[in-house]
Design a protein around this ligand. Sequence first.
Ligand code: HSE
Length: 398
Amino acid sequence: MKQIAILGFGIVGGGIPTVLTESAEQIRRTVGDGVDVKYILDLRDFPDSPYGDRVIRSIDTILADPEIEAVCEAMGGLRPAYEFTAACLKAGKSVVTSNKELVSEKGGELLALARENGGAYLFEGSVGGGIPLIRPFLTSFAGERVKEAAGIVNGTTNYILTAMQSGRSFEDTLREAQALGYAEREPSADVDGIDAKRKIMILTSLCSGILPDAADVYAEGIRDVTVSDMEGAKKAGGTLRLIAKTVTGERGVSAGVCPMIVPAAHPLSGVNGVYNAVSLTLPATGDILYYGRGAGRLPTAAALVSDLCAVLSGAAGAERLPDFEKKPAGTLVPFESLPTDAYVRTGLPSAEAEEILAAAADSVERLDGGGSEFVLRGCSVPQVKGLLPDARIIRILR
Ligand code: HSE
């Protein structure tokens, strides 16, 4: 029997024993042995859990136990998850995690530590929850560089924006998302785009090998999205979603998160509620779409267990880990400067606005409906902002 340790017995960590038990036969086939939880590191006691007797308080117990080959880090946050992960890797253990904050901040350093000590650091659960999105970068795409990744990677904001399509306000739908347990009482990480930014930093590293500085990655959340924006998106032929995007082009690498209009014909159209989807573009393969449950106890725990199986079966080794080269601020091409299509709404009379906008885009199309609303093709958002400072500008996903 293989023995593992879990750091943090919260929502995701608490789901790991369930997946290990429910999928015990499949796991035994993959790993060639059973997998059991020997330790749970947490500050709390869990007297009602059948695993309550495995709770320990000190990481040293895990570090000193040669039976523990793999550790699941499900604590979240930077500290002490960073110190504990580094200590486990230095002790030659492999670590699997869903902690996007830690991977996006310290992934380069932790991957190097894993390599130096002959272990693995795997993070399938950090982006897209249960969607098997990360391992393909290390296996299936080994012969190609992914040029572009665009996705809906935050379930909470996708739930809110989907609910707003029926004319409800941001505040009203946020309250509902909080009551349903999707959004935290302090919802900033989700609604201000911080969570999606961490995830696109991880995808940027997988696409380009560069782990960007957080200051280089543009992030705009959904707090300012109004019912008029949702209607405008519909008039422009799409739906408004929080999109995270990373592009590796001739000018370099760009990454950012912002509300965008997803055209009805785009593969990401129709991704509703708490679901996530990521579309990838590869030079030879073309476009690929991943879709599934991007959050939640069991889908995320299943991603951790899948990484565990990769470690314990020997399929994941130090030699297969990706390069995350941490780069200083100023390395990325600013996301705002990328040419884009955009929806623009202004208070100016249509004819006057159209004349001004013609100088800032390859083409300008006036939208029906009486307002001063336009679709611009091939424009620069900072330039449009400079010309019409009071206009509402929303990028359209290409
Ligand atoms: N708060 C995140 C979301 C959880 O809503 O997508 C999963 O990372």
